[in-house]
Design a protein around this ligand. Structure first.
Ligand code: G1P
Length: 293
């Protein structure tokens, strides 16, 4: 099962991190020195994804610019003669020509609706969905781990990444039930529910923002009713698909960071900064200074 395409839903308003996101997309928030969207693009490319589909909305044009070449910048850096490292970084982060598509979610109707907006670009093949406000710090990346797992499971299977969350936080996530364990870090999903009311979750395994889905999800999304929060939920469509296809959960290796919240964003900056050999010592000294204040 070759997964060639990834969908990045990037139309959200980012209300949890206002005012930063008043005029700038949440996906352009910077962790250390790269925007969130570049991290998830890199994760997908490392996992073998060849086509990157962004479901954008109003005020998100800068994401398209970010993945374009900037001739003025390239030319200016080249003329300066001492900017080899910067030129290399720009080339490294660049998608191949023609490897990106942008479509718009014209109204904020929910994650399920955003994914449905990519149906014609995805076509009739399995694909990944990657939510950019969640970063997983690990090598190999979360999506690469999922694709490796999916390849062991055969055709027409769907895979979700899951992580344990404290019981008092299950109402903030999609939660899945655990069926038969396959050994290692995989299990059959036994039911899913989007944002269960407090005290009703079937487990404390939350659905992280990484999915491998079969294209049959699109016909279900087409008529999916609104669910939790009045939105068209991807989880609800997955519940429908699970009636005819298998779903597996993968407990991935790595720390997950919810960068769409202020505390998660700060924590991610520290975690990703500490993971950088060129920044670690300086950052440690700075943190020590502030902790002792
Ligand atoms: C979405 C999904 C939810 C998942 C979460 C992960 O919710 O609907 O199932 O657990 O992402 O971040 P959102 O955070 O968009 O409300």
């Amino acid at each position: 099962m070759k997964i060639r395409k990834a969908v990045f839903p990037v139309a959200g308003l980012g209300t949890r991190v206002l005012p930063a996101t008043k005029a700038m997309p949440k996906e352009m928030l910077t962790i250390v020195d790269k925007p969130l969207i570049q991290y998830v693009f890199d994760e997908a490319r490392e996992a073998g994804i060849e086509h990157f589909i962004f479901v954008t909305g109003r005020n998100k044009g800068v994401i398209e610019d970010h993945f374009d070449r900037m001739f003025e910048l390239d030319t200016t850096l080249a003329a300066r003669g001492n900017k080899k490292a910067e030129i290399e970084i720009l080339a490294r982060d660049q998608p191949a020509a023609g490897a990106t598509s942008f479509t718009r979610q014209q109204a904020p109707l929910g994650l399920g609706h955003a994914v449905w907006c990519a149906r014609d670009i995805v076509g009739n093949e399995p694909f990944a969905v990657v939510l950019p406000d969640e970063l997983v710090l690990n090598t190999p990346g979360c999506l690469a781990q999922m694709i490796e797992a999916a390849n062991k499971l055969g055709e027409k299977t769907n895979v979700i990444a899951v992580e344990e969350v404290p019981a008092d936080m299950t109402h903030q996530y999609g939660i899945c039930g655990v069926g038969k364990r396959l050994g290692g870090n995989m299990f059959e999903v036994d039911g899913m529910v989007e944002k269960p009311p407090k005290g009703t979750a079937p487990s404390n395994l939350s659905i992280t923002g990484r999915y491998i889905l079969q294209p049959e999800i699109f016909s279900i999304l087409e008529t999916q009713e609104r669910g939790a929060g009045g939105e068209i939920q991807l989880t609800d469509a997955m519940i429908g698909l699970a009636r005819t296809q298998s779903f597996y959960g993968v407990e991935f290796e790595g720390e997950r960071h919810d960068c769409g919240s202020k505390a998660g964003f700060l924590r991610a900056n520290i975690a990703f900064g500490m993971a950088r050999a060129d920044l670690r010592d300086g950052l440690r000294a700075e943190m020590k200074h502030y902790l002792e204040k």
